[in-house]
Design a protein around this ligand. Structure first.
Ligand code: ATP
Length: 324
């Protein structure tokens, strides 16, 4: 598979000065991104997650050419972003959930007209893209409304359209559903899914909302302290996080805790109902068979681990990142 985004042992170190006394300042180096390597193929839709300060925004800023890496090699569509930022700008779109690229006081359509000129989009293509985006993102009634009067969800849809008017090959989304209600989130997600399926746009999605990832991305990359700690299928995170599934067992009557083979164990008993935890990486069949054979069973069900809990556990193991 051709690597559309190619990140090879990329580093980003910031020098920060901190006031430590009346005239004293301490210089510290913060390694925001630490020997980070990954590739993304054209047309992939990848989730990029990690705790606060993990280095996600710094990575996106290097991919868009806003920041220059302190070390390593980085290419997007064969282009070095920090050297040829303008050339790359025509091929990428960026949406920051926390701020807008639209002109606050102008009607939405005026921002689009400005982008039409800024990106020198051929007239016919601009028309076609605008019509398509207005239809899919439900913007028809909003085009003449000043951006300041739009709701957060409407503004976000407006921003997504703005990022796509010039037909970028890659779209970077930084928290695209932050603060949105369920209906707006669904609209944005549906649109992104369709965009990726129909136009094979490569998407890198940063979010704290795991439902964004669950619904959109088959692959997720987890970064912590500037390092990649997981890169693979969302389902595989369960194993990486050593998570557990739960077997909920309804017995005919109240009984002492079920004697299960380790590492499975009873974690809760309430009358005839018992809860057993067992590793998510192991099939439930052997455990179920044993309980069926030895206990008067009425019903049972398996509960999948909560992905949020799995990731919280992955994030929990943190060390200090400061470089002396
Ligand atoms: N311009 C800068 N100068 C100094 N330090 C910075 C700068 N930008 C980021 N950092 C530091 O680099 C680290 C990574 O920050 P970054 O914004 O990339 O994290 P993030 O994963 O995007 O976090 P969040 O989820 O909170 O947005 C943090 O420790 C941050 O304080």
């Amino acid at each position: 598979m051709e690597a559309f985004i190619d990140v090879e042992r990329v580093e980003k170190v910031f020098e920060v000065r901190r006031k430590t006394g009346f005239l004293k300042r301490e210089r510290r180096r913060v390694r925001a991104v630490d020997s980070l390597s990954f590739t993304v193929a054209r047309g992939e839709m990848v989730g990029y997650i990690g705790p606060n300060g993990a280095g996600k925004s710094t990575t996106i800023k290097m991919l868009t050419g806003i920041l220059t890496p302190s070390g390593g090699r980085l290419r997007v569509a064969g282009i070095d972003p920090s050297r040829e930022r303008t050339r790359l700008a025509h091929r990428m779109g960026v949406v920051f959930g926390q701020r807008t690229t639209l002109w606050w006081d102008l009607p939405l359509i005026d921002s689009y007209r400005l982008m039409h000129r800024m990106y020198r989009i051929p007239d016919a293509r601009y028309r076609e893209n605008l019509d398509r985006l207005v239809e899919h993102l439900d913007l028809g009634e909003l085009l003449d409304v000043p951006v300041r009067q739009l709701s957060l969800g409407q503004r976000m849809r407006g921003d997504v359209a703005a990022a796509l008017l010039h037909d970028p090959e890659v779209l970077y989304l930084d928290e695209p559903t932050i603060g949105l209600d369920v209906v707006s989130k669904t609209k944005v997600r549906d649109f992104l899914r369709q965009l990726n399926a129909e136009r094979a746009t490569t998407v890198l999605l940063t979010t704290h909302d795991l439902q964004d990832i669950e619904q959109l991305c088959s692959r997720v990359m987890v970064i912590d302290h500037g390092r990649m700690v997981y890169d693979g299928a969302l389902a595989g995170l369960h194993e990486a996080g050593e998570s557990e599934r739960t077997l909920v067992v309804d017995l005919e009557r109240e009984l002492p805790p079920i004697e299960a083979p380790a590492p499975a164990r009873v974690v809760r008993v309430e009358g005839p109902r018992q809860w057993l935890a067992f590793p998510a990486s192991e099939p439930a069949a052997a455990l179920v068979a044993r309980i069926v054979a030895e206990y008067p069973l009425v019903d049972l069900s398996v509960r999948e681990p909560d992905i949020e809990a799995v990731i919280a556990r992955m994030y929990a193991d943190r060390t200090d990142r400061a470089v002396p």
